[in-house]
Design a protein around this ligand. Structure first.
Ligand code: OVV
Length: 397
């Protein structure tokens, strides 16, 4: 029997400070060295940063629940800023029912049809950018591609699609504390909230997209009309900003590891493992929180009930106990088990669609783009949850 140590190590590291956000990896290392779990005194939350224990938390969704929110705020203590998501911020059995409705729209046949569109659009955007030569990989590629292809896939009919980026920014900065990043993101709430709720309504979705299919569950008595609207909102929340940052992170990784770009060009079929490595190496989704539903043990520590626990996928994905040379970007490494899409019952429901989008893009790039160069100092994004860039000026030749 292991003896339980009651004293969880404390750290004064602040995961929402600018230094941490801009350059998290040395902080991750320091936190991992404290063991399976530590207490972050700045925010009165626990933090789990080692691969093994991040996975252990994600694999126990009833003990480490999502229903009290997956950001730093505990919905049992303060009201959420929006109607909670019916998949992200719920637990079984509601979660199981709602997730099944989304899953049904993302069938293998649906994905196969979308793949053809993703490839066609990837060719169009890469041709345009080659012609332009110098562009911002954040706005002109990272954001533009998913806004076009995933926006079409959902069936957004509004001509103000860019609001979806602002909304994603609210959702993901909204998982952090009420700091300047939170407040800046929410400054758009008055225009963007009503826009999203309207864009998610049955009447405003195209007849052929994924969004409208959520309403089939209303017609078969599984969801109310309002629940369907809220569930369609999950496509907007989860599916655009995440992919956008994955794409700009990919561009940066290929520029900083040119031998990996060479490898991809020689073998465009490496697009598939390359995307997995991008998600491991620079996970767009860096952290989530869970809330303990009971006193529970992690390693040989005891975490009390109703506490917020930060889990760092970004750190788990670079844990040297799990990965060989974790700080090396290597598109031919074995990436199986990376937590870029999470894992378990809340693992990314759109992951096959996201793969299809980015793989299409990387394959076209590998075939058509000879070289990629950074033309001006990139600006890292200050963000409570996502890792990416504010701007990334690139030249394509
Ligand atoms: C995975 C994810 C991220 C953000 C928002 C949502 C889901 C949602 O369902 O709203």
């Amino acid at each position: 029997m292991t003896t339980l140590q009651k004293d969880i190590p404390t750290s004064s590291i602040d995961p929402f400070s600018n230094e941490y956000i801009l350059s998290p990896y040395a902080f991750h290392q320091e936190l991992r060295q404290l063991g399976p779990v530590c207490y972050l005194s700045k925010w009165d939350v626990f933090a789990v940063t080692q691969y093994q224990y991040v996975k252990e938390v994600l694999d126990q969704p009833l003990v480490f629940c999502s229903g009290a929110g997956v950001g730093i705020s505990n919905f049992k203590k303060e009201p959420p800023w929006r109607v909670p998501s019916l998949v992200l911020e719920t637990d079984p059995p509601d979660h199981t029912r709602n997730r099944a409705v989304i899953s049904k729209t993302l069938s293998p046949i649906a994905l196969r049809n979308l793949k053809t569109q993703f490839e066609a659009e990837a060719n169009i955007i890469i041709d345009q950018l080659l012609e332009k030569r110098c562009f911002d990989a954040v706005k002109d590629l990272g954001e533009a591609f998913p806004l076009k292809v995933f926006g079409d896939a959902i069936g957004i009919t509004s001509n103000q699609r860019h609001n979806a980026i602002l909304y994603g920014n609210m959702v993901f900065n909204g998982l952090g504390p009420k700091n300047d990043l939170f407040m800046d993101a929410m400054s758009h709430a008055d225009e963007v909230n009503p826009w999203v709720m309207s864009a998610c309504q049955r009447a405003n979705l195209s007849k052929t997209g994924l969004g409208i299919q959520i309403y089939d569950a209303v017609d078969s008595g599984i969801l109310t009309e309002m629940e369907a609207t809220t569930l369609v909102r999950s496509f907007f929340s989860a599916g655009i900003d995440t992919t956008a940052h994955a794409i700009s992170n990919a561009m940066f990784s290929f520029v900083t590891f040119p031998e990996q770009w060479k490898k991809l060009k020689e073998s465009p079929q490496l697009a598939k493992p390359a995307f997995e490595e991008i998600l491991r190496f620079e996970s767009p989704f860096q952290t989530f929180f869970r809330t303990t539903t009971t006193e529970t043990q992690l390693g040989n520590y005891v975490i009390p009930e109703n506490e917020k626990v930060m889990i760092s996928m970004g750190s788990a994905n670079r844990d040297p106990l799990k990965w060989d040379k974790p700080d090396q970007f290597d598109i031919s490494r074995a990436t199986i088990g990376h937590l870029g899409f999470g894992t378990g019952i809340h693992g990314c429901v759109g992951q096959m669609l996201a793969r299809s989008e980015v793989e299409a893009l990387l394959q076209v790039m590998a075939k058509k783009v000879t070289s990629i160069r950074i033309t001006e100092e990139p600006k890292r994004l200050l963000h409570n949850t996502l890792r990416g860039f504010e701007s990334l000026p690139i030249e394509f030749i």
